[in-house]
Design a protein around this ligand. Structure first.
Ligand code: AMP
Ligand code: MG
Length: 494
């Protein structure tokens, strides 16, 4: 169809881009035009995220949007910029890190839009600025799966692919992920300006975050403390709640460096992440982390460590170590309360109930001893709770030590008391997902996509958007992992 001046092509009309971050100035971000990729093709798209961004209808089938989402053509009024940050990697100060392969196009309706893998930026160091199909699909699905689980996360609009080769451990092909969040600012941005910038630049960045994302931290004259200590306290609270949600759902991030920690308490930068299959508290999902610094059960402590790095970076603004420590101090109580609430919800229990802690400790020990499948256990318990029938062996059959689990089930029913177990079961089914993005589920979508079949990916996305629903047609996505899943290796290289 041809469009005249009086009838502009709706897919090409200018969107209401805003650029508050790039308006902060050249100290914070610089121009970084994407580098085109040959013969792009669509891999995945999220309608939910398109709605958030108010994209014009038909974008999914538009050649113009395909080129724009690959970085081959610019969307009118967007401004390609890369921001600068530093960080601690694996506990060691690593200096300037990024952003080496995410290009910010601007903000639409309050959502920043980035292209990840669209080529080198001035901060790419030795990297090629590219992302591969495998890791882009994993990040796309993880963003939307996490949102489906109601856990704070960056979002993902789409993935496009190209046959352009990209060398990782093996030869792979290129892809570009378009992702979105109210802000992609990281702890590492503050570390960068604290150790390498001027006092003024650090303050400019902190004021920007407070005014836009933490307005409640703008203390009134006469209030105790200061706005920067209040910011640290607010980020401490958001991060403690986030990691509590990860622990409850069995999510391992895999690379919790300070540059992967969101200032908004969002799950950010999905690389070698994994949702637990069998419950193993010491599980290490990142092939590049042999020491297990980022093992599942280390995550709360590591998030706390990262918050101390943020506190250190903000110290010149906070002005007093005592105030900074006060702001960090609620981490433990916030984490414990949020974790306790999340686990009580999974059990269908009241978080105030005094018997909850021993009940939970006993259960986690039983699950760990036999590496019982974590999502399947909770889903089966949710169904079992409806009648607690002695001939319902669905939970019992997950264990070799059946005496142990039978005793626990007895203690569980007794601790929770009579009540309405039908309603309790319903509540539990709304807290214990049937579908999580296990490695083998992502792998199935990746393998099919490599062969040009994107239907599996679409189905996985649809199911993970509503993971508490039954979706009988997709039952196999909720299965135990197949034997080959143990061979899947994910590392920092993506
Ligand atoms: P990550 O370990 O993925 O969080 O990456 C750490 C930093 O390295 C980030 O700033 C990335 O932007 C950058 N980076 C990772 N991979 C590449 C790449 N292929 N090319 C350029 N920069 C990269
Ligand atoms: Mg990163």
């Amino acid at each position: 169809m041809l469009f005249s001046d009086s009838q502009p092509d709706p897919l090409r009309t200018a969107l209401p881009w805003q650029h508050p971050f790039s308006e902060l100035g050249a100290a914070f971000s610089i121009s970084a035009p994407p580098t085109p990729l040959p013969q792009p093709y669509w891999v995945a798209q999220s309608d939910l995220v398109a709605q958030l961004l108010h994209l014009p209808s038909g974008w999914q089938r538009s050649a113009h949007w395909l080129e724009a989402m690959t970085g081959n053509t610019a969307l009118e009024n967007s401004q390609a910029q890369a921001s600068v940050y530093s960080g601690h990697q694996f506990g060691v100060w690593a200096g300037q890190l990024g952003d080496g392969r995410a290009i910010l196009l601007g903000q639409l309706h309050g959502w920043e839009v980035q292209l990840k893998g669209a080529g080198r930026t001035p901060f790419s160091r030795m990297g090629d600025g590219r992302a591969v199909l495998r890791s882009s699909i994993r990040e796309f699905l993880a963003c939307e799966a996490m949102h489906g689980l109601q856990i704070p996360t960056t979002r993902a609009l789409c993935v496009t692919g190209s046959l352009a080769p990209v060398q990782r451990e093996t030869a792979e092909t290129a892809a570009v992920l378009c992702r979105s969040a109210p802000s992609f600012l990281r702890f590492g941005h503050f570390e960068h300006f604290s150790y390498g910038g001027t006092a003024q630049s650090l303050q400019t960045l902190a004021d920007y975050v407070i005014e836009r994302y933490y307005p409640a931290c703008q203390l009134a004259p006469g209030d105790a403390g200061n706005r920067y200590a209040a910011l640290l306290a607010a980020v401490t609270q958001a991060s403690a709640r986030l990691v509590a949600q990860w622990q409850a759902v069995g999510f391992c991030h895999g690379v919790l460096n300070t540059d992967n920690m969101s200032m908004l308490g969002l799950t950010l930068d999905y690389g070698p992440f994994q949702f637990l299959d069998g419950f193993d508290p010491g599980h290490i999902c990142n092939h590049s982390d042999p020491q297990g610094r980022y093992a599942y059960d280390q995550q709360p402590g590591v998030v706390r460590w990262n918050l101390y790095c943020l506190g250190q970076a903000l110290l010149p603004l906070i002005g007093s170590t005592e105030l900074a420590l006060q702001a960090l101090q609620p981490f433990e109580s916030e984490f414990s309360a949020a974790y306790r609430q999340a686990m009580a919800d999974k059990l269908g229990a009241d978080s105030a109930s005094p018997g909850l802690d021993p009940l939970l400790a006993d259960l986690l020990a039983l699950l760990a001893r036999e590496r019982v499948d974590y999502p399947i256990f909770w889903r089966r318990l949710s169904h079992w709770a409806r009648q607690q029938a002695p001939d319902d062996r669905s939970v019992h059959d997950l264990f070799l030590d059946t005496t142990g689990i039978d005793a626990w089930l007895g203690a569980y029913v007794q601790a929770l008391g009579p009540g309405d177990w039908g309603q309790r079961s319903q509540r539990m089914l709304a807290k214990n997902p049937k579908y999580v993005l296990r490695n083998h589920v992502a792998e199935r979508a990746i393998q099919a996509a490599r062969e040009g079949d994107f239907a599996v990916l679409s189905q996985v996305l649809r199911v993970l958007e509503t993971p508490y629903q039954e979706h009988p047609e997709a039952e196999s996505l909720a299965d135990f992992p197949p034997d080959w899943a143990a061979q899947i290796q994910v590392s920092c290289s993506s």
